[in-house]
Every structure is written in structure tokens, then in C-alpha cells.
Design a protein around this ligand. Structure first.
Ligand SMILES: *Cc1c(COP(=O)(O)O)cnc(C)c1O
Length: 382
């Protein structure tokens, strides 16, 4: 079965006596046991719930993995993954251009438990090699990175991890499984914030982990139940409903982003555009190899400063100034004061997250309307 068919069908064949064509919301916490000592598939909804099982099967298939697990948020998924695979004294090498919340969890929570983190640019797989120590148990990537949309070579990085007996994790939130499948490129785990493209409608918070190795699955599955960061049935159902239209939504996100990126590169008030689909992107060839298309995220630098950005953002009517991404509606934000405000200023500058940087998530509206909205904002800059 090909991707678009799987997205509409896998996990969604409700074994329901009514013959409903989609999975119902099993809004229930516990299950009657047929008789004392009888093994039942479902016992208690922290451990398992049929709506959640449907979602977990669907996500696993979309990533071409053997096992999927759903969580109450992307951070819940990431926390559970770290808790189940690392212990005191272990070391993790991560790309520096990382989702702010992940970095905060690493540095301000996990570090208290004796796990150590080193950050590298990751554009050259040798960056990971150089940071690896005998204690290194994990290599953590996001690609494209956030917010500068650099591309990390998944196959090369997972080879480095495996050469040193470490696991490779890819946060695939920015791409969704439709555009990039890290397990096929050698990763051991894929994590998602399903809040973003998988859910796709800015109406829920959720997370997921996909893996193929049975032993790793047993560990993470155990921790999912033990730590309990599980999603409720309604949120599982909403993610599953989002997944049914993932392929068509992603196609539109990509074509809209390509039109916008092209427009921005030609505009005199824009200093620099970051989009892996541009032939001028330094890693365009790797992006073409590793991704099916280039995604819906674009960053750019305005000629100007914080006040220029404010002027521009204040004049937009269709783009909502908001954190998050991956919804049907276009969103735009100012990383240095919003998503990346928790990163210390010197580190931000080093990462290239300057006050003139803007990041946008192209929605599925009409591309011409989106371009004319941006044009209005740019015209407002004196
Ligand atoms: C949003 C996001 C997360 C965190 O997910 P939540 O659902 O907000 O907890 C992790 N990684 C990336 C890349 C994200 O964009």
C-alpha cells in the first residue's frame, strides 16, 4: 500500500459492531474483565485504549516502523524516550539548532539526573564524530533544523552513532512521515510533535515515537505506561483524523511555501531567505536526496531590526502571529522574542537567530492571497 492509501486506512478499520467506517472515540478509563484471570487486550486506559491503538498503528505504518507509541505532547514523547533509554553518566550529542523546548528539557531537567549534553552544528557528520565520548549513548537530530532550516544528513549521522554503539533519534516534526522517513535512513527512533503537521489543524497537543527494534519498543512501552504521559482518546482521534488528510495537506503546504520562498528571494527588503527548496540553499542537493519535497517552513531575514519586524508583522491580516506550525492556517513568528527567547542571547546570535529573523509556516490557503498579505506587510516598512 502506498502512503496516501495508508494514511486513510491503516489502523482505522474499527472492529466495531456497528460497522462504522472510522474509529470511534473510546472515552473510557477501564474495561470489564470476562472472568478472573482471563487475559484481555485492554485493562486500563493508561496502559492501552482502542482509539490510541488505532493512532499508534497508523503512525508506525506511516513511518515504515514496526511499533508506534502516542503521548500527551511532543515533550511527553521526548521525556519518555530519554527516561527509558538513558541513565546517570550517559552522554548525548545533539544538533545545536534544536527546538527550544527540547533544549530546555535537556539542559534544565535531564542534566539534573546526571545526563550530559554536547551540541554540534551537525552539518558535517564529522561534527558528531568529534563530540562522541565513551559515554555517548545517543545522537539527537532535527532536520531541517529550527529555525534556520539547515539539513542534517540522517544516514551519515546514524552511521556515526552506530559505529560508536549509540542510538540515533530524529525529531521528524518539521517534515512529517510524508516527506521524510528517518528509520529507512538508519535512525533507531523517530519522534513527533503530532501537534504540528500530523494533527494539522492547530486544535490539539500530542506526541509520538516510532521504532522498529522489539527490545527498544519494550523499554519505551514500559516507560509510557510507568510514567503515564499518555494522550486522551479524543486527542488521539483528532490526530488520526488529521492523518487521513496528511498527504493532500503536505502537498499544498509545499507548493505554497515554494511560491512564497520564490517571492521573498526577489524582494529588496529581504536580506536572506532560508528554504531547502531554493537551489541557492547550500544543502539543496542533500535535501533533494533525503526529503520527498521541501516542506512548509521558511525563515528569512528582513533588512532592519526588531522594530522593522514589528512593523511588518503588525500589518499582516492572513498570517497569524503565533508560535507553533503545521496547521492549515498560515502562522508567522519572531524567533528571537518568541520560540527561541529561552535561548541565551549570545547563543542565539551564534546560531544566527538575530532580531531581524522571521519564521513562517505556510498554511493551505490560496498562495496568491498569502503572497499579497506578505507584500502588504513589506510595503508598510518605511
Ligand atoms: C513543537 C515541537 C516539539 C514539542 O512538541 P509539543 O507537542 O509542543 O510538546 C518538539 N520538537 C519540535 C521540532 C517541535 O516543533
Amino acid at each position: 500500500m502506498r502512503f496516501s492509501t495508508k494514511a486513510v486506512h491503516v489502523g482505522q478499520d474499527a472492529k466495531d459492531p456497528t460497522g462504522s467506517v472510522f474509529v470511534p472515540v473510546y472515552q473510557v478509563s477501564t474495561y470489564r474483565q470476562a472472568e478472573l484471570g482471563a487475559q484481555s487486550e485492554y485493562v486500563y486506559s493508561r496502559t492501552g485504549n482502542p482509539t490510541r491503538t488505532a493512532l499508534e498503528r497508523a503512525i508506525a505504518h506511516l513511518e515504515d516502523g514496526n511499533h508506534g507509541l502516542a503521548f500527551s505532547s511532543g515533550m511527553g514523547a521526548i521525556t519518555t524516550l530519554l527516561l527509558s533509554t538513558l541513565r546517570k553518566g550517559d552522554h548525548v550529542v545533539a544538533v545545536q539548532d534544536l527546538y527550544g523546548g527540547t533544549r530546555r528539557l535537556f539542559n534544565q531537567v535531564m542534566a539534573n539526573f546526571g545526563v550530559e549534553f554536547t551540541y554540534v552544528e551537525g552539518i558535517n557528520p564529522k561534527d558528531f564524530e568529534a563530540a562522541i565520548k565513551p559515554e555517548t549513548k545517543m545522537v539527537w537530530l532535527e532536520t531541517p533544523t529550527n529555525p534556520l532550516l539547515k539539513i542534517v544528513d540522517i544516514r551519515a549521522s546514524s552511521n556515526v552513532a552506530h559505529d560508536h554503539g549509540a542510538l540515533c533519534v530524529v525529531d521528524n516534526t518539521f517534515m512529517s512521515p510524508y516527506l521524510q522517513q528517518p528509520l529507512a535512513l538508519g535512525a533507531d527512533f523517530v519522534v513527533h510533535s503530532t501537534t504540528k503537521y500530523l494533527g494539522g489543524h492547530s486544535d490539539l497537543i500530542g506526541g509520538a515515537i516510532v521504532m522498529s527494534d522489539d527490545r527498544l519498543f519494550d523499554k519505551v512501552r514500559f516507560a509510557q505506561n510507568a510514567a503515564g504521559a499518555v494522550p486522551g482518546p479524543w486527542d488521539c482521534w483528532l490526530v488520526l483524523r488529521g492523518i487521513r488528510t496528511l498527504a493532500v495537506r503536505m502537498d499544498r503546504h509545499c507548493t505554497n511555501a515554494a511560491v512564497i520562498a520564490d517571492y521573498l528571494t526577489k524582494h529588496p527588503k529581504i536580506a536572506e531567505v532560508f528554504y531547502p527548496g531554493l537551489s541557492s540553499h547550500p544543502q539543496h542537493a542533500l535535501a533533494q536526496r533525503q526529503m520527498k519535497s521541501f516542506g512548509g517552513m521558511i525563515s528569512f531575514r528582513l533588512e532592519g531590526d526588531f522594530d522593522t519586524c514589528k512593523q511588518f508583522l503588525n500589518h499582516l491580516k492572513i498570517f497569524a502571529v503565533a508560535e507553533s506550525l503545521g496547521g492549515v492556517e498560515s502562522l508567522i513568528e519572531h524567533p528571537s522574542s518568541m520560540t527561541h527567547a529561552s535561548v541565551p542571547k549570545e547563543e542565539r546570535e551564534e546560531l544566527g537567530v538575530t532580531d531581524s529573523l522571521i519564521r513562517l509556516s505556510a498554511g493551505i490557503e490560496d498562495a496568491e492571497d498569502l503572497v499579497s498579505d506578505l507584500a502588504t506587510g513589506l510595503d508598510s516598512i518605511k
